[in-house]
Design a protein around this ligand. Structure first.
Ligand code: COA
Length: 257
């Protein structure tokens, strides 16, 4: 159990809240496990018809906790699937609607997890980024496949190869999010949309979502392949240099890598 993921159910809407603001909601293995458990359980619980993800007003999530990642690097060979991968499996296969309320930075998996959400509402303070290359690793969550399909190759290449932050207007323009709102209105709006969904016939929602996702047959294999590269690269010299540089608040030196 961790209190860094708050779980709250009201009507048939389960809300999962990142609650580690002092570390910018960076996600630890315990947090991945809590979210995976909550999603796997909600998938078959008739009392839950919609799940909402939210963070804090000033930050959605800084993505993987870099120190935790170095201390407990995910492995493809472990007997148990890595918590991050279990979370991504639960997320990508979740049969009911997923709504996200994003305010502030959404870094790394904070952005890629949105590719699996159905409705995404963002504050005008939202900043998205997928700095995997800058960290010496590669995309996860199926982003290398889903992002080009969603926004077109040139834009996906810019976001994934340069890894620079982009903001709510551009995210809306590229079709990554549904709507931009003042930050303090985002959570309430997402809840209201979730409540609307929760009142609809559940089988219709489930079948509609499944039909829309049906063409994504490659996704599980892509996620496995990405994860294999990611886990290996996380132990490599570029990731070591990049993560040390982030923690030491200096520029990384990739000149020999
Ligand atoms: N993992 C672990 N700790 C993190 C973290 C992460 N991903 N992101 C932030 N933190 C910690 C910082 O180390 C700092 O801890 P300290 O107070 O003990 O020094 C604290 O959270 C505040 O971070 P700070 O960078 O000072 O906040 P900010 O408001 O200036 O910037 C972010 C916020 C999210 C833009 C910035 O923290 C960031 O870019 N973080 C790294 C994101 C990243 O590379 N994630 C991995 C993606 S795969």
């Amino acid at each position: 159990m961790t209190d860094a993921i708050l779980q709250h159910r009201e009507a048939a809407v389960l809300t999962l809240t990142f609650n580690r603001v002092d570390k910018k909601n960076a996600i630890t293995t315990a947090m991945y496990t809590a979210m995976a458990d909550a999603l796997f359980s909600a998938a078959t619980d008739d009392a839950v018809r919609v799940v909402v993800f939210q963070g804090a007003l000033e930050v959605f999530t800084a993505g993987n906790d870099l120190l935790d990642f170095m201390a407990n690097p995910p492995s493809v060979d472990a007997a148990e699937p890595a918590p991050v991968f279990r979370f991504l499996e639960a997320l990508s296969s979740f049969p009911k609607p997923l709504v996200a309320a994003v305010t502030g930075p959404a870094v790394g998996i904070g952005t890629t997890m949105l590719l699996h959400c159905d409705l995404i509402y963002a504050g005008d303070n939202a900043a998205f980024s997928m700095p995997f290359v800058n960290l010496g690793v590669c995309p996860e969550a199926g982003a290398s496949f889903l992002l080009p399909a969603l926004v077109g190759y040139p834009r996906a290449a810019e976001k994934l190869l340069l890894g620079e932050a982009f903001y709510a207007e551009e995210a809306l323009d590229m079709g990554l999010i549904n709507r931009i709102l003042p930050p303090h209105e985002v959570a309430a709006y997402a809840q209201a949309q979730a409540l609307k969904l929760a009142a609809k016939p559940s089988e219709s929602l489930r079948i509609t979502k499944a039909l829309m996702k049906q063409p994504l047959t490659q996704l599980p294999a892509v996620m496995q392949e990405e994860f294999g590269h990611f886990a290996r690269m996380l132990r490599g010299p570029a990731a070591m240099e990049a993560i040390s540089a982030v923690m030491e608040k200096r520029k990384p030196d990739f000149s020999k890598l």
